[in-house]
Design a binder for this molecule. Structure first.
Ligand SMILES: *Cc1c(COP(=O)(O)O)cnc(C)c1O
Length: 387
């Protein structure tokens, strides 16, 4: 059965049903996990379902890829073993020696590391700009064109908001491919392709998986030629997602919309509580009216998301705070049902210390989970009281 006939489905329906048809042989409502690494052929080249070997294709991965494309509103979803594997495949598919990437100044540290330390030795050039300022980006592109404009919004960990539609216009006028890392917002809150971006990348490890039990990544695009190139990299370099990883990610996506709604509500409560607290120097959350990207976020997103950063008096105070919560677990990563707390300078962003992407030492990042909001506030309160 295909549910694509008939009227176009809404986001929640697509998240639950796209690629997730019941098993035609048994009627099992949940598609099975196909572990087989290889497929019987009816005579040489006689493939039954188009599958021949697990690196080139796997039905559980296809189910996830169909779901990923549907929820981002793209024609092609391509799934990888991690977010960075997805980024690597995309960048190697589109870049040649001498090409330049224009990168936001506040992106995930691993993205910077990938380009600066892995791709730069092969001749790729990197320039870092403030993507949240269209004038700065326009001036940078006028000075020298770039092959790729890499946008992350809201950004990690400073929650800067960049104008996707505006950047897509600027990037396209300069002949650049416009890529948006949509990990923080997820397609439940923001659809970069509809706003004009060419490609969306994800660390599905975060909100899409949603339960901190699987590592994965994705590239989604409606550009057929680009999809073919990225798919070739997926096949030829082999950083595919395994069947169980793909299945867990598909299961997570089915509840994405309700989770993002509650993440946003809890994060809003946390941000307001911290904003009113006298031990907190500054709160970074696009849902706060005083946030410089608030109006833009309200326009291009349907919720403000679950990540809140805060700064404390100084580095040592931030470290102490980071080590004194009980319900918020001190750990890297984000986007799971449980609340996590991270000290970027020494944890997620240690690789960009001393570079132009370095984060303030007094900064702490919270991934606000789905626990009872009162319990989260009480935990933050006791940690702040102990400083
Ligand atoms: C975690 C993360 C990545 C990298 O993804 P992995 O799955 O850890 O490889 C990329 N971008 C953002 C915004 C992230 O948070």
């Amino acid at each position: 059965m295909t549910r694509n006939d008939g009227p176009a489905l809404g986001f929640d329906s697509l998240a639950i049903h796209a690629g997730q048809e019941f098993d035609p042989t048994t009627g099992a409502v949940i598609p099975p996990v196909h572990f087989s690494s290889t497929y019987a052929q009816d005579g040489i080249g006689g493939l039954r379902g188009g599958y021949e070997y697990g690196r080139s294709g796997n039905p559980t991965r296809t189910a996830l890829e169909t779901q990923l494309a549907a929820i981002e509103g793209g024609a092609h979803g391509i799934s990888f073993a991690s977010g960075l594997a997805a980024e690597d495949a995309l960048l190697r598919a589109v870049l040649a020696p001498g090409d330049e990437v224009l990168l936001g100044s506040d992106v995930y540290g691993g993205t910077y590391r990938l380009i600066a330390r892995l791709l730069a030795p092969w001749g790729v050039r990197l320039r870092v700009v403030d993507m949240s300022d269209l004038d700065v980006v326009a001036a940078a592109l006028e000075e020298r064109p770039a092959r790729v404009l890499w946008v992350e919004t809201p950004s990690n960990p400073l929650l800067k908001v960049s104008d996707i539609a505006g950047l897509a216009r600027l990037g396209h006028a300069a002949g650049a491919l416009v890529v948006v890392d949509n990990t923080f917002a997820s397609p439940a809150l923001q659809r970069p392709l509809a706003l004009g971006a060419d490609v969306v990348v994800h660390s599905t490890t975060k909100y899409l998986g949603g339960h901190s039990d699987v590592v994965g990544g994705a590239v989604v695009t409606s550009d057929d030629a680009l999809a073919e190139q990225v798919r070739f990299l997926q096949f030829a370099a082999g950083a595919v997602s395994g069947p169980l990883d793909a299945w867990l990610t598909s299961r997570g996506i089915k509840t994405l919309a309700v989770r993002m709604q509650r993440h946003s509500e809890n994060a809003d409560a946390v941000a307001r509580f911290l904003d009113a607290h006298d031990r907190v120097a500054h709160v970074y959350y696009p849902g706060l009216p005083a946030h410089p990207g608030h109006d833009l976020a309200a326009q291009q997103m349907t919720g403000f998301g679950g990540i809140v950063s805060l700064s404390l008096a100084d580095g040592p105070t931030a470290r102490r705070f980071a080590e004194s919560t009980r319900l918020f677990t001190l750990a890297e990563s984000l986007g799971g049902v449980e609340s996590l707390l991270n000290y970027p300078d020494e944890m997620t962003h240690a690789s960009v210390r001393g570079t132009e992407l370095a984060v303030p030492v007094e900064l702490v990042r919270l991934s606000v989970g789905l626990e009872s909001a009162d319990d989260l506030l009480a935990d933050l309160d006791q940690a702040l009281a102990g400083l």
